[in-house]
Design a protein around this ligand. Sequence first.
Ligand code: SAM
Length: 260
Amino acid sequence: MIGPKKSLGQNFLIDKNIISKIMNFTKVKDRNIVEIGPGKGALTDEIIKKKPKTLLIIEKDNLLFDSLIEKYSKFKNVKVVNADILKFDLEKKMKSNSVIFGNLPYNISSQILVKLIKFETWPPKFSDLILMFQKELGEKITSKFPSSKYGRLSIISNFRLDNIAKFIVSENCFFPKPKVKSMVIHFKPKKNTFKINNVSNLEKITNYLFSKKRKMINKSIIKILSKDEIKQIPELKTNLRPSDISPSIYFKITQIFEEN
Ligand code: SAM
């Protein structure tokens, strides 16, 4: 018997109350559902009980994939895929009116979130996104401006997603028990977003400016915008630090950067 793999972030949910709290966030019946990292199927079993129209589950671990195939092949509406979610073209496989669930592998959870935010078509085909992160990361994602946790992840998430609900999950709800608490967040895609051509530019700009988090932006902003372009944003004073700048100013910086 092979134990849970730390390298794949395998902490399996064992608390039924938490599973039903996650499921109660949104309607599943007759909808198209995607689950990232189903593991042994703790959430998957409950999704199936609620009679989705279709269910697509994506699991990287070969052994877990084999047992998921065995467990779910009798359900004609369930498709089990053995893939790395970071390499899988999920956007292409999405059906309209979808819900995406995921108790995410912690080592790549922010990369998975950014991948979903960077879908080419927006609003996307999913209307609900229900993901579990480590608590500290969840706090960064949902932090408001201005606050101590505010940073690049809150800006990028804020660009395309509203977080409408969240709750904390204790370490005791998993096997094996992780070292820290978790947070489940329910997101909805924003319909009207600021006009940015390529979200990767917002990602690059926030990554760059926040890499010098404690320094004033005077030296770094001139690598992104010319002096004249900086003047086009009156609120953008060069003695500010990255965390003093609101999301909408980051969106404006990206817009002007893209006009070049
Ligand atoms: N959903 C299950 C649960 O709640 O018990 C398992 C959650 S566990 C935190 C994360 C799951 O994601 C594991 O089953 C792991 O094998 C899988 N996983 C890890 N990296 C992955 C990747 N790159 N692509 C797809 N699945 C991955």
